[in-house]
Write a protein that binds this ligand. Structure first.
Ligand code: TXA
Ligand code: MG
Length: 320
């Protein structure tokens, strides 16, 4: 059952408690309603994709109560600091290199080395983020392929029964998603136009390149290279060869010098939550052990299995 909470003290406290406990809570931001979960828990983040029915693991925006807390998870340069002081809290998302100390689950960034951070201005969002005290990963709170919700009723019609609670604070004010600017390279790139006009950004940091000039960056989730470990990956494998590390699923008992299991219980939610971290870990350990590749067991293709197989397929794709 999905609880309907109001944005008073009790409602905010309940919403924060549910998120801290690994639950899913839709909450208002000034742009659109987001579907929030603890960004440091892979299983909680996996549940977001399951509830939305997202066919792919797109990277998610992490929400924070202040620039200070946001910048604890990324490497912020002068441009980032200038934009943050001009537009935060507000409808601007910054994509920055994630820092080594960041505890954000690999699934929240879809395995990318960058992290999208945002400090929303909606009073209920700010109170919730303050009370939760953890980074909250949140895509828009709609079913995959539907338009973003700007009122709690939109969220109810898409996600009722699929999430733990909806924090209702009436219609959102901006109604269109945040502007996303990528600051991981030498020139700033506009990944998505949104609540803050690009002209306003340019008054603060100078030229912001249109995304068309950097089409490859615009769809980070689509770039095979982002998902490819250093070693070759062989998917739908029956068993590891002598020179391969093994990534298992469910009750397999294969012997390999380097082996991990995505989910001994054969849970696709758990497998999704572990996937990116497991690939990173196996890649590192297999290289040290002098192995030649990573073999991955067949993963079912239903529910989150579709997205898992999409990402594994990219990891295994021939390298250009
Ligand atoms: O206004 C908003 O931004 C809303 C509210 C809830 O904050 N959120 C939202 O999230 O629109 P979503 O998931 O619907 O869109 C996030 C976009 C996606 O297109 C994703 O590819 C991009 O942000 N994104 C996230 N992390 C990224 C990264 N590390 N690099 C590049 N793009 C990223
Ligand atoms: Mg969306």
């Amino acid at each position: 059952m999905t609880e309907r909470l109001t944005d008073d003290e009790a409602g905010i406290a309940r919403a924060a408690y549910l998120i801290r406990s690994g639950g899913l809570v839709a909450f208002p931001t000034e742009t659109v309603y987001g579907l929030g979960a603890d960004a440091t828990k892979g299983v909680a983040v996996a549940a977001i994709y399951a509830a939305k029915g997202r066919p792919r693991f797109n990277p998610l925006i992490c929400h924070y109560p202040s620039a200070e807390t946001a910048f604890a998870d990324v490497i912020a340069d002068d441009r980032a600091r200038a934009l943050a002081s001009a537009f935060w809290p507000g409808p601007l998302t910054l994509v920055l290199p994630r820092c080594a100390e960041s505890r954000i689950a690999g699934l929240a960034t879809a395995g990318l080395a960058s992290l999208a951070v945002r400090v929303p201005s909606h009073p209920a969002a700010r109170k919730l983020l303050d009370a939760a005290g953890i980074p909250v990963a949140a895509p828009s709170a709609n079913r995959s392929g539907r338009i973003s919700p700007t009122r709690a009723d939109h969220v109810v019609s898409g996600l009722d029964g699929r999430i733990d609670a909806i924090l209702d604070a009436g219609p959102t004010s901006v109604g269109l998603e945040s502007t996303i600017v990528d600051l991981t390279g030498a020139s700033a790139v506009l990944l998505r136009p949104g609540g803050v006009p690009v002209e306003s950004l340019e008054r603060v940091i100078g030229a912001v390149a249109p995304v068309q000039a950097f089409a490859a960056i615009s769809a980070p989730g689509m770039m095979a290279s982002h998902y490819a470990p250093g070693l070759p990956v062989r998917i739908d494998a029956q068993a590891p060869r002598a020179d391969e590390a093994w990534l298992g699923f469910g009750q397999d008992r294969h012997e390999a010098a380097v082996a991990l299991n995505l989910s001994p219980d054969a849970s696709l939610i758990e497998a999704a939550a572990t996937l990116f971290d497991a690939l990173h870990e196996l890649d590192a350990r297999a290289s040290v052990a002098g192995l030649a590749g990573i073999a991955v067991a067949a993963i079912p293709r239903h529910c989150l299995g579709a997205a898992i197989n999409d990402r594994l397929g990219r990891a295994a794709a021939p390298r250009g």
